[in-house]
Design a protein around this ligand. Structure first.
Ligand SMILES: [Fe+2]
Length: 433
């Protein structure tokens, strides 16, 4: 070999090295893409509290483990600051459900704890053997007449591990004593995608295990065939089974401190005449026999949309007459990836009357659309992630919508008036509160 050949040899060696590294890296990359980022393990994860029919006396908790774990327990006791708690908590055995979907094999565990004291801070943990969660604190609901606070979130759906967490965390930071969190559907983007459920629980973390969730399904919680609810929905949640047959845990209600909350499955109303009729009769009965002073309804497909092409006429024609007749106070919706709030331009039971019901659609995740059609709206927003904080006390409901940046975007009071429609008092959103 001449001296002239040496640089050529170095060049060949370098080329060979680059080729080798490329092969190794592409192999690693292929391997990385197939690794499940949220594998079930013996440690409990996806721990979620849900509303029960009476959250003043009971809680419902679900969690997940790997499928080799075939039992689970919940331990609960009134909160104490004294850490010497060994043996002091009450232990409840979980129902265990083996779950298989594609490559995912897991056990879902669920417990409903009845007989709790109202307005009481409890501590609880879940698990078995050597594998337990941390102790979570949660407060049972009070009685009618007690001041009630709750959070309402529009579609989370995408960016569950990137841009959505800041929203649920900001909501919790501003209202850590919320009695419940309402989710108006499209909580994930693809109902049967395990990663997305993993990201939802990563993003909301302990908030899911601390404040009871009231989850209402959207179109994205249905598999792409259109008719099948996400395989994860019923194993992952324990929601009140007080809805119509065939729609349990998607249609349900809960009464919290003098406010009735109803979840409607709007996707099935839009898709099926039979499910429309079932839900219409059920909602009619719930509103007719309602001992509560206040009523909120949550669902996904809004009565009034941000553009004419997204009109949900079946939902509106089915339920608007009932909401007018029984004086529903507030309707919390999603689906349009924007913000709209209206009441004053919406007619009531007759053309001469104004609506006494406030209709709101909002969005918490980063998927966005722009507002085209604003005829029904008093306030709107495009390209803004939002969360809503609502407080009900006596005759007044106080509503605040904040942006992900923490700015007050919309605020009003809704005041009950005897024998008249609710009065809406606008608050200019220039006051930072
Ligand atoms: Fe949707």
């Amino acid at each position: 070999m001449t001296k002239m050949d040496q640089p050529k040899k170095r060049l060949h060696l370098r080329t060979a090295l680059v080729v080798l590294l490329t092969i190794v890296c592409s192999g690693l990359q292929a391997q990385t893409t197939t690794i499940n980022p949220f594998p079930p393990t013996p440690n409990p994860d996806r721990i979620v509290l849900n509303v029960t029919q009476d959250p003043s006396t009971s809680i419902a908790v679900n969690w997940r483990t790997c499928d080799t774990v075939r039992e689970g327990f919940l331990e609960i006791m009134p909160v104490t600051a004294d850490p010497r708690i060994a043996g002091k908590a009450t232990r409840k055995q979980a129902k265990n459900e083996l779950f298989k979907l594609g490559d995912i094999a897991a056990t879902y565990h669920s417990v409903v704890v009845p007989g709790l004291r109202s307005k009481t801070l409890y501590m609880y943990r879940v698990g078995q053997g050597a594998y337990w969660s941390e102790w979570f604190h949660t407060r049972t609901a009070g009685k009618p007449g007690d001041k009630l606070s709750f959070i309402y979130l529009g579609d989370a759906q995408t960016g569950l591990k990137t841009l959505w967490p800041r929203v649920i965390r900001a909501a919790y930071a501003k209202m850590p004593d919320a009695g419940l969190i309402l989710y108006a559907g499209d909580i994930v983007n693809r109902g049967n995608n395990d990663n997305e459920w993993g990201e939802l629980f990563y993003g909301g973390s302990f908030i899911h295990s601390t404040i009871p969730g009231m989850h209402s399904p959207g179109n994205h919680e249905y598999a792409r065939t259109g008719d099948t609810l996400s395989a994860f929905w019923r194993p992952q949640f324990t929601l009140p089974e007080n809805g119509p047959e065939g729609l349990k845990e998607t249609c349900y209600f809960t009464d919290v401190q003098g406010m009735r909350f109803i979840s409607i499955n709007s996707y099935r109303v839009e898709e099926s005449d039979e499910d429309l009729q079932k839900q219409k009769a059920w909602v009619d009965s719930l509103l007719r026999h309602n001992p509560n002073q206040w009523t909120a309804v949550v669902f996904h497909h809004p009565f009034y949309s941000i553009r004419p092409t997204r009109d949900n006429v079946r939902m509106r024609n089915t339920f608007k007459p009932l909401f007018d007749r029984y004086k529903v106070d507030i309707v919390l919706q999603g689906h349009d990836h924007a913000y709209g709030r209206g009441m004053q331009k919406i007619e009531g039971a007759t053309k001469d009357e104004r609506s006494g019901t406030v209709y709101i659609l909002s969005v918490s995740g980063p998927k966005m659309s722009s507002v085209y059609e604003g005829n029904w709206m008093d306030v709107s927003a495009s390209y803004t992630q939002l969360f809503q904080l609502i407080t009900v006390e006596g005759n007044t409901l106080r509503y605040k919508s904040y942006t992900a940046a923490g700015e007050l975007h919309d605020a009003f009071d809704l005041i009950k008036q005897k024998g008249k429609p609710n009065k809406l008092v606008e608050h200019k959103p220039d006051k930072k509160q």
